[in-house]
Design a protein around this ligand. Structure first.
Ligand SMILES: [Fe+2]
Length: 450
């Protein structure tokens, strides 16, 4: 009897029920298969047991989300069964949020079922959104296969057509409203004559309205009053958590104009992963350029020169073939003494996120032998790393968001998890990068010479 009670307790915890008439199991699955840890491989059963025994909905939701994130394949059957039976909408949302990212026929059927009939509207909408991503991703794979066929056949014109179409499909798969007229980079332009030396402010990962963002912006302004910047480049994650609602979002004033407007210089930004979250955010950030004296994002990627440096602003969220073709062309034709590429994600990093394999594989070969410096954010710290290939890698994602510890890395020349900003100073002979803390203490400096 005791064994039976324990078994029942394990199978039917606080919010999970295969019997209740109000539970999604009746409405959605039409069957009463119990969710048990037997649906998991032995090594994951302790985690499954913890989820099933947890009575608090928030905690159970977090545990289920963590399991889905760590073991999307091995835990799929268990999680999809839990999804059908857990009475907490919060738990169902967290399971769908994570497991829906991985394309699979069983997951697809489950998403269709919850999109059509989950009693909670928010759960149904998230299921539909994840379903949309899976369906469009499959269609994009067809396009990619056709692109590969064109490349193998040596069809240059066809490959360019498909590359442009692949870029449009990035927005379709992400569900982002970014029309092509907001994606096309403007012709390269010059901010200052090539014989002028320049001083440029650089920082990323800042837009959260925190005290740290404000104190870092204050430090930049103090620095600027004694050693003026000519302009700034920003390294993405401009607005947490999900980017901007529209060009009229009130945070443009409180999180941008009030903090950086006093420097009275132009800022040339890129999009971070957080700026790509709301479906209208990339377009909102491009369009706000027309409303601000300081904010400039003419398109997700673009290039301009200033003094002896040409800057290449990149969209590293998903590097399209069209962007790589554009970048290669622009780097090859650039007469600039120094070439500085910048985007949000690191190619190499000793921070929380580490290296970005897709950028190592696809972006680095285009930069190698052509660019001198790659600047990025995403990891909330300041770093200088060197790998092979003659490019210096700098991370400066310390503009306001909470900093995070780094790990030891043989490529690391400098690493610090503190708030601050970078200053790039360049003339025809040298390019110097210096990191400053919010107290304006110089933390690290490195000079390249040609
Ligand atoms: Fe980021």
């Amino acid at each position: 009897m005791l064994t039976l009670l324990v078994a029942l307790f394990l199978a039917v915890p606080g919010g999970v029920s295969s019997q209740s008439a109000s539970a999604p199991s009746k409405t959605l699955s039409g069957r009463n298969r119990s969710v048990t840890v037997d649906l998991l491989p032995p090594e994951l059963r302790a985690r499954g047991r913890e989820i099933l025994q947890e009575k608090d909905d928030e905690t159970r939701a977090e545990l289920a989300n963590n399991l889905a994130e760590d073991e999307p394949e091995k835990a799929r059957t268990f999680l999809l069964t839990l999804l059908d039976q857990d009475r907490s909408a919060k738990v169902r949302l967290e399971i769908i949020d994570e497991i829906g990212l991985h394309s699979n026929p069983a997951t697809r059927r489950s998403l269709e079922k919850h999109a059509g009939s989950d009693p909670d509207v928010a759960v149904a909408l998230l299921a539909l959104e994840r379903l949309r991503q899976q369906v469009t991703e499959e269609a994009r794979q067809l396009l990619n296969r056709r692109g590969e066929m064109a490349r193998r056949a040596g069809d240059v014109e066809g490959s360019r057509l498909i590359a442009a179409e692949q870029e449009r499909w990035i927005s379709i798969v992400r569900g982002t409203m970014l029309p092509s007229f907001l994606r096309v980079p403007p012709a390269p332009w010059s901010l200052m004559p090539s014989d002028r030396s320049i001083r440029v402010l650089a920082f990323g990962d800042y837009g959260d309205g925190s005290e740290s963002q404000k104190s870092t912006a204050d430090a930049m302004l103090k620095f600027h009053r004694t050693k003026p910047f000519d302009f700034a480049v920003t390294l993405g994650d401009n607005f947490y958590e999900e980017g901007m609602m529209s060009p009229a979002d009130p945070r443009w004033k409180s999180w941008w104009e009030d903090l950086y407007g006093p420097l009275a210089i132009k800022f040339y930004g890129v999009l971070g992963n957080h700026d790509w979250k709301l479906s209208d955010s990339p377009a909102a950030e491009v369009l706000y350029s027309g409303k601000s004296q300081s904010w400039n994002l003419p398109s997700p990627y673009y290039t301009f020169s200033a003094g002896p440096v040409q800057f290449f602003a990149l969209d590293t969220n998903e590097v399209s073939a069209a962007q790589l073709l554009w970048l290669e062309d622009e780097l090859k034709r650039s007469p600039a003494r120094w070439k500085v590429a910048y985007g949000h994600h690191p190619i190499f990093s000793a921070g929380k996120h580490g290296d970005t394999p897709a950028l190592v594989r696809r972006l680095l070969p285009v930069l190698r032998g052509r660019a001198d410096v790659y600047f990025c954010g995403h990891d909330h710290d300041m770093q200088h790393l060197r790998s092979d290939g003659g490019i210096e890698f700098f991370v400066c994602g310390a503009g306001g968001a909470e900093t995070r510890p780094l790990h030891k890395d043989p490529r690391s020349l400098f690493a610090r998890d503190t708030h601050g900003f970078a200053v790039i100073e360049a003339d025809n002979e040298s390019l110097k990068v210096t990191f400053f803390g919010t107290d304006l203490a110089e933390l690290y400096s490195y000079t390249m010479r040609k």
